[in-house]
Design a protein around this ligand. Structure first.
Ligand code: HEC
Length: 144
């Protein structure tokens, strides 16, 4: 339980970072991958707010956020493949030298989102730990 809370908090802290990074982004490829991460952040926040009981549990909204996370995580490899740069980008160059590992981490998020059962508050709580862990894992390795 303690562990679950920790990963949730880590996930939510990441979400809080969104507004700053994108300000002033010029490169359209970088903007597209940031927007994708923004979508991931937004949907993780929907689930995270339910799991921490900041918002009321809503099975349809949880299902929607789950579906959005599955779709967005499946798009990470395509959006990050071109090695575009921008003064405000936070992507480390190691993404492209360790490409297979980066893609594997995206796949892990996709699997965690797929595994989340959106039908009850308890199952959302149970599934969020794994999702939050994948954000932290990839950001630690590949985000400045
Ligand atoms: C496979 C690796 C990977 C995974 C998994 C991942 N991220 Fe990211 N994320 C990145 C990278 C790399 C960046 C920096 C992109 C850039 O600045 O070009 C980033 C940036 C972000 C940003 C900032 C976007 C912006 O506008 O600058 C948010 C928010 C974010 N991620 C949320 C999440 C959340 C929430 C999760 C987990 C549900 C997650 N990410 C999972 C790699 C990942």
């Amino acid at each position: 339980m303690k562990l679950l809370t920790k990963s949730l908090i880590a996930g939510l802290v990441l979400v809080a970072g969104v507004a700053f990074a994108k300000e002033g982004v010029q490169d359209p490829t970088v903007k597209a991958r940031m927007d994708l991460m923004g979508t991931i952040g937004m949907n993780t926040k929907i689930l995270g707010d339910m799991a921490t009981e900041k918002t009321a549990f809503d099975a349809a909204a949880a299902q929607g956020a789950k579906d959005a996370l599955i779709a967005a995580s499946a798009d990470i490899a395509a959006k990050f493949e071109p090695q575009a740069t921008d003064p405000v980008a936070e992507a480390k160059p190691e993404i492209w030298t360790n490409w297979d590992d980066f893609v594997a981490k995206a796949t892990t998020l996709n699997a965690a989102a797929t595994a989340l059962d959106p039908s009850s508050l308890d199952t959302v709580k149970a599934g969020m730990g794994a999702i939050g862990g994948t954000c932290r894992d990839c950001h630690t390795a590949y985000r400045m």
